[in-house]
Design a protein. Structure first.
Length: 276
C-alpha cells in the first residue's frame, strides 16, 4: 500500500498527516518549529517527531512514505538541499508553506491567496499550476504584513517627533510607551518581526489619523499586488492570516472573496497524493 505524508511546517510549529491513496487520514502528529532556512537540524528533528506521531499504531515504515513538505524558509535552495539529504522518505518534495497553504485554501480551483500575518506572501493558482510571489521577509518585502505595519507606525512616530509629520494621539502614546526616540531606536535594532507585528492591531482597529493613513497606504499596496496577479482575470481571492479579514473588508467590493477550503496541512496532503 502506498502511503502519503503531508507536512505543514512554520515558524511556530509543525503538523503531519499520513493518508492512504484515497486521501483518508490514518494519523496526525505535531511538533515544534520547522523553518528550514533558520534551523535545518531542528526542522529535521521536528518533522520526524511529527511524522512518527502520525505513524503511531501503524506498521508503516518511514522509508515507504511519499512526502510533500510545506516549510517556512523553503525558498532558500541550499537549506532545502541539506534537509532533503537527511530525510528517509521514499520520495520527498519540499515547497514553501505558502504553496501548501494556497493549495489547501483553493483546492484544485483557480484563485489568488493572500496570507497576511506577521509576514505576507501571495500565491496564484491557474489550471493546477501554483506560483508564489513575495514572502521574502521583513527586511526586503512582506508588504502589508503586521511586521511592516508595526515598523511603519514606529517610523511615523519618529517623523512626527522631528516635526516632519502631524503628531496624533496614537503617535504620542507610542512615543511614551517606548521611552521616546531613543527607546524606539533601541527597540528597532533588537526586535524580531513578531514584536513589530504586535503593534498592527492598534493600526487596523484605530480611527487615529496616523493609523488610518498607514493602513490606507497598505491597502493600496495590497490592492496593487492583487491587480497585478489578476493579469486581467477575475480570479476569486482568499485571505489568510490574522490580518486577512481587515484587508478583505476593504477589498471585497473589487473581487470575490472566498473562505479557505482547507488548511496548509490539507494542501500538503493533497500535493502528496498528486505525487502518486
Amino acid at each position: 500500500m502506498v502511503v502519503f505524508l503531508g507536512i505543514d511546517g512554520g515558524g511556530t510549529g509543525c503538523r503531519a498527516a499520513v493518508a492512504d491513496s484515497a486521501g483518508t487520514i490514518l494519523g496526525l502528529g505535531a511538533a515544534g518549529p520547522a523553518n528550514v532556512n533558520t534551523d535545518v537540524t531542528g526542522t529535521f528533528a521536528n518533522i520526524m517527531t511529527a511524522t512518527r506521531q502520525a505513524l503511531s499504531g501503524h506498521t508503516i515504515a518511514e522509508t515507504d512514505l511519499v512526502a510533500v513538505l510545506g516549510l517556512a524558509g523553503a525558498n532558500i535552495s541550499a537549506a532545502v538541499d541539506h534537509l532533503h539529504q537527511m530525510l528517509p522518505f521514499a520520495r520527498t518534495r519540499i515547497v514553501t508553506d505558502a504553496v501548501t497553504a494556497a493549495r489547501g485554501a483553493l483546492g484544485g480551483a483557480d484563485g489568488i491567496v493572500a496570507a497576511m500575518g506577521t509576514g505576507s506572501v501571495f500565491a496564484v493558482q491557474r489550471a493546477g499550476a501554483m506560483r508564489q510571489f513575495g514572502g521574502r521577509g521583513f527586511v526586503l518585502g512582506d508588504q502589508g504584513s503586521g511586521a511592516v505595519l508595526g515598523r511603519t507606525l514606529l517610523a511615523e512616530a519618529l517623523r512626527a517627533d522631528d516635526g516632519f509629520a502631524p503628531m496624533t494621539p496614537l503617535l504620542v502614546e507610542v512615543l511614551g510607551e517606548f521611552g521616546g526616540i531613543e527607546g524606539i531606536i533601541t527597540f528597532g535594532f533588537r526586535a524580531r518581526p513578531a514584536e513589530f507585528a504586535a503593534l498592527a492591531p492598534r493600526i487596523v482597529q484605530s480611527d487615529d489619523p496616523a493609523a488610518r493613513r498607514i493602513f490606507d497606504d497598505a491597502v493600496k499596496e495590497v490592492r496593487g499586488i492583487v491587480e497585478t496577479l489578476q493579469a486581467g482575470d477575475r480570479l476569486p481571492l482568499v485571505f489568510l492570516g490574522g490580518l486577512g479579514p481587515s484587508y478583505a473588508r476593504h477589498l471585497g467590493e473589487l473581487w470575490e472573496i472566498r473562505a479557505p477550503l482547507g488548511s496548509g496541512l490539507d494542501g500538503a496532503v493533497r500535493l502528496a497524493l498528486e505525487e502518486a
